[in-house]
Write a protein that binds this ligand. Structure first.
Ligand code: MG
Length: 388
C-alpha cells in the first residue's frame, strides 16, 4: 500500500511591517484595535501587519508538504475550517489523489454556497501541501508534474510602489528600473493626484521601454472606467486591472469591448467557475489567478481555460511568507502563455530569513525553485517564531 496522509498542522504567520501594504495611512485612515484599517480609495480593509496561514502535512512514511493560504484578515477562520472540518477527510488519503481530494472537499459544501471565500482558501492550502508531497515523492519540482516545465525564470513586475507621494513613487520605480526591472504596476486607490497624472509621470520618468500597468482597484463604474482608460491610452499602459466591481460581469465585458488597453481580472477568484463566464464574455485579455486563493489544482484549471480562450496568464502575488509564491512560480513554469508574474518585493526581500530553497527575484526575473516539490519550505527560524 502506498504512503498516506497522517497529520495536518496549521500555523498562523504574523510579520510586523513598518509601513502598511500600499504605503502609509492616508487622511481619514486609522488602524483599529485589531490592526485593521480601511483604504478610503477602494473601501477595502487592510491589516497593518503581514499575515498568512501555513499548513504542514506529514505522511505515514515521513514525507512533509507545506501549503499556505491568504490570511491577511481573520486567519482563524481558515484555521478553524481546516482543523474542525477538513483534516479528518484528508487523513488516510493517498497524496497522489490531490485533484480528486480537492474536488471531494469542494463537494462537501458546494450546495450550501461555500464555493469561494475562506472555505476555498482552506482548500488551497491543503492542495498546495499535497502537491508539495507529490513532488518530493517523485523527486521533481511540481512544474514537472503539471505537464512539463517550460521555463526556469519568469519576468517579474514591480507592484504597488508603496510611497507617500507621487514624486516618491516615481523615484521608487526608477530605483527598480536601475536594478534591471522593466515592468511596473501602480494602484489607483493610492494615486492621490489621480491615475492619469500618475501614469504620465511614471511614463516620463521610466521611458518608452518600461511596461506600466494600472490596478484600478474596482473603483469605477463601467462608464467611468472606459473614460479613464481612454485618457490613459496616449501613455501606453500595459494593462488595466480590476476596473469595476468584481461581480459586474456585464460591466467588465462592456469596458473590455470599449477600450484599446488589455483588461486584467482574477485576483479574487477561487475556481475556474469564476473564470468561465468572464472568459465566455471576453471580459479580460489577461487572467490573474492568485495561488493563495486557488491552490495549484484550480490555478491550473483557470490557466487551461485561459489558453482555450486565447488569453494570457499573469499571476497575482499577494503578501505571504513565500510558500504560495513558490507554488505560483512552479505552476507558472508549466503554463504556455505566461509573459510575467507579479512581484512583491517585501515578500522576496525576507525569504533569506523565512524560507529555505533557491527562489529569488533579481534583474527583473524570478528564478523558479529547483528542488523537489515546491523547492522551498519555511526556515527553522520561521517555524520557531510563528509556532511560539
Ligand atoms: Mg490588484
Amino acid at each position: 500500500m502506498g504512503d498516506t496522509v497522517q497529520r495536518i498542522e496549521t500555523i498562523v504567520a504574523t510579520i510586523p511591517r513598518d509601513t502598511p501594504y500600499l504605503g502609509g495611512l492616508r487622511p481619514g485612515e486609522q488602524a483599529n484595535s485589531r490592526g485593521y484599517f480601511v483604504r478610503q480609495g477602494n473601501r477595502t480593509v487592510y491589516p497593518t501587519m503581514d499575515r498568512s496561514v501555513l499548513v504542514r502535512i506529514e505522511t505515514r512514511d515521513g514525507a512533509v508538504g507545506w501549503g499556505e493560504t491568504y490570511g491577511i484578515v481573520a486567519p482563524g477562520a481558515v484555521v478553524a475550517i481546516i482543523e474542525d472540518l477538513l483534516t479528518e477527510f484528508v487523513v488516510g488519503r493517498d497524496p497522489w489523489d490531490v485533484a480528486a481530494i480537492h474536488d471531494q472537499l469542494y463537494d462537501l459544501m458546494r450546495v450550501r454556497g461555500y464555493t469561494g471565500g475562506f472555505y476555498l482558501d482552506a482548500l488551497a492550502a491543503i492542495d498546495i501541501a499535497l502537491w508539495d508531497i507529490c513532488g518530493k515523492l517523485a523527486h521533481k519540482p511540481i512544474a514537472k508534474l503539471l505537464g512539463g516545465q517550460r521555463r526556469g525564470s519568469i519576468p517579474s513586475y514591480v507592484s504597488g510602489l508603496p510611497r507617500a507621494t507621487l514624486a516618491e513613487r516615481v523615484e521608487l520605480a526608477a530605483e527598480w528600473q536601475a536594478r534591471n526591472f522593466s515592468l511596473f504596476k501602480f494602484a489607483a486607490s493610492v494615486a492621490d493626484d489621480g491615475v492619469i497624472p500618475e501614469l504620465r509621470a511614471l511614463r516620463e520618468r521610466l521611458g518608452d521601454t518600461a511596461q506600466i500597468a494600472v490596478d484600478l482597484h474596482w473603483m469605477y463604474s463601467p462608464i467611468e472606467a472606459i473614460a479613464t482608460i481612454r485618457q490613459m491610452e496616449p501613455f501606453g499602459p500595459w494593462f488595466a486591472e480590476a476596473p469595476c466591481k468584481p461581480e459586474d460581469i456585464d460591466g467588465q465585458a462592456q469596458i473590455a469591448a470599449n477600450v484599446g488597453v488589455p483588461m486584467a481580472l482574477g485576483e479574487e477568484w477561487r475556481t475556474v467557475f469564476d473564470a468561465r463566464p468572464r472568459l465566455e464574455r471576453r471580459c479580460a485579455a489577461i487572467l490573474q489567478p492568485e495561488m493563495g486563493h486557488t491552490g495549484i489544482t484550480q490555478f491550473m484549471r483557470i490557466a487551461n481555460a485561459a489558453e482555450a480562450h486565447h488569453c494570457q496568464v499573469i499571476p497575482h502575488a499577494t503578501i505571504g511568507l513565500g510558500i504560495f509564491l513558490a507554488a505560483s512560480l512552479q505552476a507558472s513554469a508549466a503554463i504556455g502563455s505566461l509573459p510575467a508574474h507579479e512581484f512583491q518585493h517585501s515578500v522576496v526581500e525576507r525569504t533569506d530569513r523565512f524560507i529555505t530553497g533557491d527562489m529569488t527575484c533579481a534583474d527583473g526575473l524570478y528564478a523558479v525553485p529547483t528542488g523537489p516539490g515546491l523547492g522551498v519550505a519555511p526556515s527553522d527560524e520561521a517555524i520557531a517564531l510563528f509556532k511560539s
